[in-house]
Design a binder for this molecule. Structure first.
Ligand code: A2P
Length: 338
């Protein structure tokens, strides 16, 4: 697919704006760009490669002149409009969780399962959950050599994962607290400033949140490991941007720290930052606004055989969402042999 005609659905949102920036900075070879959002944003002007593009209202007829549509306007919009786009012959790359577990919709991280992007019988390709992508960027190079068996993880997720309102709530609460005023909680169920919230998304019947269950099931599909055991606690932290994950990973084969560190050499999209004696390990600020994820604190687990402890960080708006979606579009442009 050479020089496709591209649309961004949710172009005015946090991820949509980042998609636009990725298309621009990566010199994505497109022949036209359509920006779609709600009626509220129709007519707004957005700059792209030195030209102004007018945002249009999303309708089911928006896709007749589009080859690839990057959807990032939430699950309800994807469910309502992605089938219309797909029927119009457009390939949808969907950032929501609406289709991720459908057997005929591939779930793709380009560094892990790029070939899956070419088998999209419904014209829909799903972009995985942000925390899952970042975690797998660290686990997959190890899995390739040592065979991943089990993952126990805790995530530390930034407030921008809740959109602009998460950032505003953190800022307002910090300001209220330092000025001695009462704190208002509207976005989160408890105070997020100077606190941690062990709930991201709604609870399901089994006591895990939906975010935690995404971490459990999506890695199995992406890596083709249906029996992988995963357990996870997802926590919202008062950090602006970039998620961090602490995880224990158990492998089929013996593993040690040196061989694990060596496994990251030359792997695209993940950088080793692991020299604890010299104070080198990654923090969320290290990955913020960048494309790469970082891994550090690699050490043998004290309790579980053939297992490592590690710490990974990544910008969840970029590699966790926009960049991954644009990389999928790049795969389609390059073609299967690309
Ligand atoms: P708009 O800015 O016009 O509301 P975020 O995740 O940052 O909240 O962004 C959500 C994105 O989804 C925005 O671009 C928003 O557009 C878009 N969106 C929300 N509701 C609709 C809708 N009914 N139709 C089209 N786009 C929508």
């Amino acid at each position: 697919m050479k020089n496709p005609r591209i649309a961004i659905v949710g172009a005015t949102g946090a991820v949509g704006v980042e998609i636009l920036s990725c298309l621009e900075t990566r010199n994505f070879p497109l022949s036209s760009l359509k920006l779609l959002a709600s009626k509220r944003s129709a007519g707004k002007q957005v700059s792209f490669r030195g030209e102004m593009i007018t945002v249009e209202e999303l309708t089911k007829d928006s896709f007749g002149d589009v080859d690839i549509a990057l959807f990032s306007a939430g699950g309800d919009i994807s469910i309502e409009y992605a089938p219309a786009a797909a029927d119009a012959g457009c390939v949808v790359i969907d950032n929501s969780s609406a289709f991720r577990q459908d057997a005929d919709v591939p779930l793709v991280v380009p560094e892990i399962n790029p070939e899956a992007a070419f088998n999209h019988p419904r014209n829909i390709i799903a972009n995985p959950n942000c925390t899952t992508i970042i975690t797998l960027m660290a686990l997959y190079p190890l899995h390739k050599q040592f065979g991943l068996k089990m993952v126990l993880a805790s995530s530390y997720q930034a407030v921008s994962g809740s959109g602009q309102q998460g950032i505003i709530e953190l800022e307002n609460q910090v300001r209220s607290i330092v000025n001695g005023h009462p704190v208002a909680c509207t976005t989160y169920p408890r105070q997020i400033a100077f606190n941690l919230i062990p709930q991201i998304d709604k609870f399901s019947d089994c006591g895990y949140t939906k975010e935690e269950l995404k971490m459990c099931v999506e890695g199995r599909k992406i890596m083709g490991l249906p029996t992988l055991s995963v357990s996870c606690t997802c926590v919202r932290v008062p950090v602006y941007r970039s998620h961090a994950i602490s995880c224990i990973a158990q492998f089929e084969h013996p593993i040690d720290v040196e061989r694990a560190r060596a496994a990251f050499a030359g792997m695209p999209g993940i950088e080793l930052m692991d020299d604890p004696e010299n104070g080198i390990w990654p923090t969320p600020l290290d990955s913020t606004n960048g494309d790469d994820c970082y891994v550090g604190r690699i050490r043998k687990d004290q309790a579980i055989d053939n297992a490592l402890n590690l710490w990974v960080v990544g910008d969840q708006v970029r590699k966790g969402a926009a960049l991954n979606a644009v990389q999928i579009a790049e795969l389609l442009v390059q073609g299967q042999q690309g």
